[in-house]
Design a protein around this ligand. Structure first.
Ligand SMILES: C[S@@+](CC[C@H](N)C(=O)[O-])C[C@H]1O[C@@H](n2cnc3c(N)ncnc32)[C@H](O)[C@@H]1O
Length: 236
């Protein structure tokens, strides 16, 4: 029932022509996830580090780090989102993570990757490239509750109003928690902190779920999510 109501609200916003990133549930998701992140990390430990935001949408999360004094470049696979960020004066580049991960981008210490891993057809390559190029990966994603390391691929809508925040290349995934952690460890992140907490919950996303081990990805209207701080403490 809540899902039907949510979809009806979506249709109404579509008719009003609002970008999906400006809908109230998106703003709620941005604030709740940042609140959780900031409750769990010492931002001062990263002072002076350059941040690359990936799968940024319109870059609202990166905006907050920029306001806090960080040097932030935001990126997205969709050129129209990047143009909107640039129009606001933000440093922004087009970056298709399925195509190149973060390879070829030197000088970034922190990768901010919220809400994008599960929109990738090649998430392993992306995580591997993060391990090669960054010291810290701030990762947040939809996940499945499968017990074993498992990556289920899903088809997504890539075009039109409903596609503007979905998989650029039409194929996304639902990784299990153990898959993400094992892949990040192989990528070189030796300190993995799961900071998932209900503080980060919003209308259609929850960090407050108990695994059944069956590979479920949602309960009712709420997607299962996880948030991690991945760090590489040993030199490359
Ligand atoms: C769900 S939105 C997340 C926006 C923001 N990071 C957040 O968490 O609120 C996913 C974003 O990832 C982008 N995206 C999808 N596939 C991508 C890819 N292969 N490479 C880079 N960005 C991609 C979409 O264009 C969209 O802006």
């Amino acid at each position: 029932m809540r899902r039907i109501f949510f979809n009806l609200k979506h249709i109404f916003d579509f008719l009003r022509g609002r970008p999906v990133f400006e809908l109230p549930y998106y703003r709620e998701a941005e604030l709740s996830r940042l609140m959780n992140l900031f409750a769990h990390v010492d931002l001062d430990a990263w002072r002076g580090m350059r941040i690359l935001e990936v799968g940024a949408g319109l870059g609202h999360l990166g905006d907050v780090f920029a306001q806090l004094g960080f040097d932030v470049t935001s990126s997205d696979g969709r050129p129209e989102h990047v143009e909107r960020m640039k129009a606001r004066g933000r440093d922004a580049i087009v970056l298709d993570l399925d195509e190149q991960g973060v390879e070829g981008l030197e000088g970034y210490d922190v990768i901010l990757a919220f809400g994008v891993l599960y929109h990738l057809g090649n998430p392993e390559r992306f995580l591997e490239s993060c391990g090669q190029h960054a010291k810290v990966l701030l990762l947040e994603s939809a996940v499945s509750d499968a017990a074993e390391p498992k990556l289920d691929m899903v088809k997504e809508i890539a075009a039109g109003w409903r596609g503007q925040d979905q998989a650029l290349n039409e194929i996304g995934c639902r990784p299990s928690v153990s898959w993400v952690e094992a892949t990040c460890r192989r990528a070189g992140f030796d300190r993995i902190r799961d900071i998932s907490n209900p503080i980060a919950d919003w209308e259609i996303g929850t960090f407050d779920w108990s695994p059944t081990g069956h590979g479920e990805t949602r309960s009712g209207a709420k997607n299962y999510r996880r948030m991690w701080v991945m760090e590489r403490t040993t030199p490359e």
